[in-house]
Ligand binder design. Structure first.
Ligand SMILES: Cc1cc2nc3c(=O)[nH]c(=O)nc-3n(C[C@H](O)[C@H](O)[C@H](O)COP(=O)(O)OP(=O)(O)OC[C@H]3O[C@@H](n4cnc5c(N)ncnc54)[C@H](O)[C@@H]3O)c2cc1C
Length: 327
């Protein structure tokens, strides 16, 4: 892995913080636009626990680590630099940004692209985190096909579980809602679930039942058990945005019907934030984006950053030309 050890290595036109699908796609566009670009990546993409990436056209089933590795190779192929490590602080100085890494190394940049993703905050049920991405699943579009026709339970932590259960029903006829900590569903929702053959079971889930490294069911606090091969969950999608504190960029809440879905950093359609010179892409800005959407937003931000640099360079050239003409 590349080291930052020369003075030349200390300034970049663009530093990309976070090298998942979004950051690497932005870096690829910028490197191909002949920009001096550095990617700083902590190396923990959100989908790391999953065995494969699905619904990414032409890359069906590729291991998440292989996708990142291939992306890094493409960025390097056009002269982009990549260092492994976490950025701990971003600061804005006089026309230049400083990126400080956890090991104390600092680099400067004219523009920043932050693509640090999000963290899935799971309900506090013992054993849930260990199975996340394997048979504890947040997204039917990512995992539904792989568990089709299996008995699927949905761990309800809010009224949104009704929507989730109705979705999972598209992949299996055996869907059970475990009401867990969700309020009692209204009569309309209860009717909708019943009409689709979805059973609702009251009582909190106390533990997961695992056999031969596979989920086989859940145990409720009263001792009852419910068989299932997959457990749908609704994490709170929490933007990895602490690194933006130094720039004064806070994350906003994403709510649906008053219920907290997650947090994200606000930006315009190109990913430009309210801080001039700072763009965001991928899950940090858009919690629902899948891999291909995250990649696309990185491409868009990369193009916008290059265009912004072109404008700044042109303005400087115009000033210099006018000065030369007045001499
Ligand atoms: C279990 C699971 C399975 C999934 N399966 C699919 C699927 O099959 N298909 C699909 O399309 N989507 C899937 N997704 C969604 C997918 O993970 C996201 O869409 C995608 O990872 C978003 O890309 P990103 O680049 O925004 O973030 P990430 O891929 O999470 O990349 C962010 C990168 O930034 C790094 N980082 C964070 N903070 C810092 C810092 N301070 N300094 C430096 N680096 C930092 C992280 O370590 C990471 O490498 C799945 C998600 C989960 C949780």
């Amino acid at each position: 892995m590349q080291q930052i050890d020369t003075v030349r290595d200390r300034h970049y036109e663009v530093v990309v913080v976070g090298g998942g699908a979004a950051g690497l796609s932005g870096a690829l566009v910028l490197a191909r636009a002949r920009r001096r670009v550095l990617v700083v990546d902590a190396g923990h993409p959100r989908n790391a626990p999953a065995e494969g990436v699905h619904a990414y056209l032409t890359r069906e089933g590729i291991a998440p680590a292989d996708l990142v590795e291939a992306g890094r190779a493409e960025v390097r192929g056009f002269g982009g630099a990549i260092v492994e490590g976490a950025a701990s602080r971003l600061e804005r100085g006089d026309g230049v940004f400083t990126v400080t890494l956890e090991d104390g190394t600092a680099v400067s940049a004219d523009r920043l692209l932050v693509a640090t993703g999000l963290v899935d905050r799971l309900p506090p049920v013992p054993g849930l985190a260990e199975r996340f991405g394997r048979d504890v699943l947040h997204c039917p579009y990512c995992h539904g096909w792989e568990v089709r026709d299996e008995p699927i339970a949905v761990l309800a932590t809010s009224p949104m579980a009704v929507h989730q259960a109705l979705l999972w029903r598209q992949w299996s006829q055996t869907v059970t809602v475990l009401r867990h900590t969700a309020p009692v569903f209204g009569s309309d929702d209860a009717e909708r679930l019943a009409a689709r053959g979805i059973t609702v079971i009251d009582g909190e889930v106390a533990a997961l039942q695992i056999e031969d490294d596979r989920l086989v069911g859940v145990a409720l606090a009263d001792g009852a058990t419910v068989a299932c091969r997959a457990l749908g969950v609704a994490p709170v999608f929490t933007a990895t945005a602490a690194v933006l504190d130094g720039l004064g960029l806070a994350s906003a809440e994403l709510r649906r019907d008053g219920h907290l879905i997650g947090t994200y950093v606000e930006a315009d359609a190109t990913g430009a934030t309210s801080v001039p010179g700072v763009w965001v892409a991928g899950n940090v800005a858009s919690p629902m984006a899948q891999v291909i959407g995250a990649a696309e937003s990185g491409v868009r931000a990369g193009g916008a950053i290059n265009a912004d640099l072109v404008e700044a360079e042109t303005a400087r050239a115009v000033r210099a030309r006018r000065q030369a003409l007045t001499l």
